[in-house]
Design a protein around this ligand. Structure first.
Ligand SMILES: CC(C)(COP(=O)(O)OP(=O)(O)OC[C@H]1O[C@@H](n2cnc3c(N)ncnc32)[C@H](O)[C@@H]1OP(=O)(O)O)[C@@H](O)C(=O)NCCC(=O)NCCS
Length: 335
């Protein structure tokens, strides 16, 4: 069988998001979550569709077939930043060498413009055949990330903040905290509403944390992938003027408890290992580190194994992790 890569349409998004949700399994390695796609949807559904690449099984498979049978989706690539593609894959196919080889070919041929030699980065935290194939082809370790996990079998104790679920009336508080926590942040009122209308946000929720003076000092967005599946925190931040007072711990505890209330089996989050404060805050809120996972960088000498393709609908990557080339507003730490 051959895996075929395509750029989805807006109409395809619900099926793709549902497929990525179904791939979230307790105990499996962390991978791109529907919440990652949902957070990106603040830029609109069109932008999200342009940011995705979908690999489906089958020779000469028609788009209609792919659309109507989401179980045929084998893997999804998410162009989250300039020169970065973040991969999600059906866990049943993690060790499928044929699929991995087809994807690896596309990364250096059809996605050559988006993932240039020497600079293109692939996030494939699930490892498996794709990580093996890329390593065999000379891709090397890039930035280390720390995935963290908190089991939600038992209730999570509350922190000191008053927690409110953000609806339209609290959006400005949510945005103010985001803007302070992530300089150059991309969240706006319009974008919040675009995100909230998105398919993934059916299982998403924004929380704001208020201190004893009633000031919004912390905020987060949490995403369930459905009951008995791991949920994620993406993103989470404390207002710069209110750090070091336990608010990061408190909003993380609130995020975990809210995910528990949404039926998630665990709360997960990944942050660059260099973000020492974030790792410390998550550990302080009872998360356990799952060790480091490194992204993979394309070697300078990689030659496309297929003829160069016309660039597809290259998405406007929207935010940039430390050390990566910016295309839009530079955000450090990663929003
Ligand atoms: C990460 C962040 C949320 C922490 O918020 P905070 O309110 O300062 O954290 P807290 O005061 O609750 O501290 C929680 C723990 O982290 C530790 N910590 C906080 N900042 C730290 C730092 N810069 N270096 C080392 N440890 C730090 C605290 O000592 C505390 O540990 P303890 O409970 O074991 O004593 C905040 O720095 C932030 O918003 N950063 C920018 C956004 C970001 O990176 N978000 C995470 C990725 S999405």
């Amino acid at each position: 069988m051959t895996a075929t890569m395509s750029t989805p349409t807006v109409d395809d998004l619900p099926g793709i998001i549902d497929a990525v949700s179904s791939w979230q399994r307790e105990g499996a390695p962390m991978q791109v979550h529907p919440g990652d796609l949902g957070w990106y949807e603040r830029f609109g559904t069109e932008a999200l569709a342009r940011a995705l690449r979908v690999w489906t099984w089958g020779r000469a498979q028609s788009r209609d077939q792919a659309r109507s049978r989401s179980e045929q989706i084998a893997a999804v690539g998410f162009l989250d930043e300039t020169e970065l593609i973040r991969m999600a894959m059906d866990p049943e196919l993690f060790d499928d060498d044929e699929l991995a080889s087809d994807i690896a070919d596309d990364l250096v041929s059809r996605l050559d413009d988006l993932l240039p030699a020497g600079a293109g980065i692939v996030e494939a935290r699930f490892g498996g055949a794709l990580a093996r194939v890329l390593a065999q082809r000379g891709w090397s370790d890039d930035e280390p990330w720390t995935p963290l996990h908190r089991d939600l079998a038992r209730p999570v104790p509350p922190g000191a903040l008053v927690i409110r679920v953000v609806g339209w009336e609290l959006v400005e508080d949510r945005i103010r905290v985001e803007a302070s926590a992530f300089p150059g942040a991309s969240l706006s009122t319009e974008r919040w509403h675009q995100m909230a209308r998105g398919h993934a946000y059916r299982h998403g929720r924004c929380l704001a944390g208020y201190d004893e003076r009633g000031s919004a000092v912390a905020a987060t967005t949490i995403w369930s992938a459905g009951t008995r599946r791991p949920g994620i925190i993406e993103p989470l931040g404390v207002h710069q003027e209110h750090r070091g007072r336990g608010h990061g711990r408190a909003i993380t505890l609130a995020a975990a408890e809210a995910l528990r209330g949404m039926g998630a089996s665990s709360a997960m989050v990944a942050t660059p290992s260099s973000n020492v404060a974030a790792v410390a805050a998550y550990l302080s809120a009872g998360f356990e580190s799952l060790g480091e996972a490194t992204d993979l960088r394309r070697p300078a000498s990689t030659m496309p194994s297929e003829p160069h393709a016309t660039p597809g609908n290259a998405a406007p990557p929207t935010h940039v992790a430390p050390g990566r080339a910016p295309l839009a507003a530079h955000i450090t730490p990663r929003e």
